[in-house]
Design a protein around this ligand. Structure first.
Ligand code: SF4
Length: 467
């Protein structure tokens, strides 16, 4: 008896730079190539196809890409040119022509909205003499044509609900590389969330470059906001936790703020980039809000959900930023008190308005300002972590810890947690006591009487009870 014909097994290596949205996209590219017989491998050596999924936000993004391509060129030559080499993501979108000119051995260049076309592009690349390029913006088409998520992501799963951005901040390439805002229909998001939960997800993080601008078509034909979508998702049986990232202060509407008080499964932690504490700089950045607007949103979030903790992004040394502006940023940080935050030195992105702006801040000055911002944020993070000492919290365990006999997980505030226990606890949300705190993590003891234990699937409201 002969076995049914199967596509021959080929090895696929995907290298991902950048944010969770790129990680999500890399997984979807692997999904879309699976029917062609491609199975993921951990290293590029001997891979039949390598995809470099790039991020334009990171500093020196194209230099990193070209140095990686230089390494892969030798590998491709060693295979007699058979290895398929693809460059995806935002750098591909923004610099497609330069990539094919500087690295003519690249077979495929595709922007973030073309991943569903990969199989067809692989076939075309095997016939074509030059690179196959797709850098258009048909976002709706992409989501309609991608296959269902196949590989389980584990207890914490990511789900892209929105892409692109219309806000055109002075320093950012996203509107140019990902195109205009597009929200997936709510029914597609809900169906994907249910599949993720069926595959073992206990926490889902909704992703979007501007996630709280979500305005997807609801199953009732009405446009749903993010607040409405979160309420619906919170009802999925077995889903214990919800988060969303990344948000813009301008889109923190009343309904979304209220949702933080009404949905226990919505974790008391929000990443809300403010970038600067100076109104003058915020205006130059084209952020569309003042520092006081951000502070008001924080107050309202805290009123709705008193245990909420905040994270943010800061840019030190945007063109035109003065010492006074920098001091305003330090004051805002002091006023808010962040649980954690990301801060970067301004670095120019070609094609963005800020890159052409006058009065670039000298490097040494940017360094000094960044150090001051980071020192303050570090102190706040340490203080926040210390404030959890002795607290009873719910921890979602995700897998083995770094040391034998340890299990790792996440607190409601996204802090890494480790406790004594076995990896079989992965996927469980358990009550723990915080027994030690570190600058970047917590140590916890699993309590004897788990309040989720008696129930099938820990109910969402255990989070609030525990915090
Ligand atoms: S809102 Fe965010 S994604 Fe959009 S332009 Fe500004 S920084 Fe970029």
């Amino acid at each position: 008896m002969t076995s049914p014909a199967r596509a021959p097994q080929k090895r696929l290596f995907v290298k991902t730079w950048g944010c969770q949205m790129n990680v999500y996209d890399s997984a979807r590219m692997a999904d879309v190539l699976a029917p062609l017989g491609y199975a993921p491998v951990e290293t590029p050596e001997d891979a039949d196809m390598v995809i470099l999924n790039t991020c334009h936000i990171r500093e020196k993004a194209s230099e990193k890409l070209f140095s990686e391509l230089g390494r892969l060129r030798a590998q491709k030559e060693a295979t007699g040119g058979r290895m398929v080499l693809a460059v995806a993501g935002c750098v591909a979108q923004a610099e497609g022509a330069e990539i094919t000119a500087r690295a003519p051995f690249v077979d495929i260049v595709l922007g973030p909205q073309s991943y569903h076309r990969l199989p067809e592009m692989v076939a075309r690349a095997s016939r074509a003499a030059g690179a196959v390029i797709e850098t258009e913006f048909p976002t709706e088409e992409k989501f309609d044509h991608l296959p269902e998520v196949s590989a389980p992501q584990g207890p914490i799963a990511f789900l892209t609900i929105q892409e692109g951005c219309d806000k055109f901040c002075s320093f950012c390439v996203v509107p140019y590389t990902r195109g205009a805002e597009y929200s997936r229909p709510a029914a597609a998001v809900i169906a994907e969330a249910k599949r993720l939960v069926a595959q073992g997800a206990r926490e889902i993080a909704l992703l979007g470059q501007n996630v709280n601008a979500y305005h997807g078509e609801g199953p009732d034909g009405v446009t749903w906001s993010l607040g409405r979508l979160l309420r619906e998702l919170a009802g999925i049986e077995g889903l214990g936790r919800l988060r969303y990232t990344t948000s813009h202060p301008r889109d923190m509407d009343d309904d979304l703020i209220a949702a933080h008080g009404e949905i226990p499964a919505l974790m008391p932690f929000l990443h809300l980039p403010v970038q600067s504490g100076s109104d003058r700089v915020l205006k130059m950045m084209n952020r569309g809000h003042a520092a006081a607007d951000f502070l008001r949103i924080v107050d309202r979030l805290r009123a709705a959900r008193p245990d909420i903790a905040l994270s943010s992004d800061f840019i030190a040394g945007h063109p035109g930023e003065t010492e006074e502006d920098h001091q305003a940023t330090l004051r805002l940080i002091e006023q808010v008190g962040f649980a954690q935050a990301f801060s970067f030195k301004y670095s120019s992105r070609p094609g963005t308005p800020a890159s052409a702006a006058p009065l670039h801040v000298p490097e040494a000055e940017k360094d000094r300002r960044l150090q001051e911002i980071q020192a303050l944020l570090r102190d706040q993070q340490v203080a926040f972590n210390r404030s959890r000492l002795g607290m009873r919290i719910a921890v979602l365990f995700t897998g083995p810890g770094r040391h034998p006999g340890q299990v790792a997980g996440r607190s409601p505030w996204l802090q890494p947690v480790h406790a004594e226990g076995g990896a079989e606890l992965a996927g469980r949300i358990l009550p723990c006591e915080v027994v030690a705190t570190h600058p970047n993590s917590l140590a916890a003891r699993i309590l004897e009487l788990p309040f989720g234990e008696a129930r099938s699937g820990d109910p969402p409201n255990q989070e609030k009870a525990a915090a």
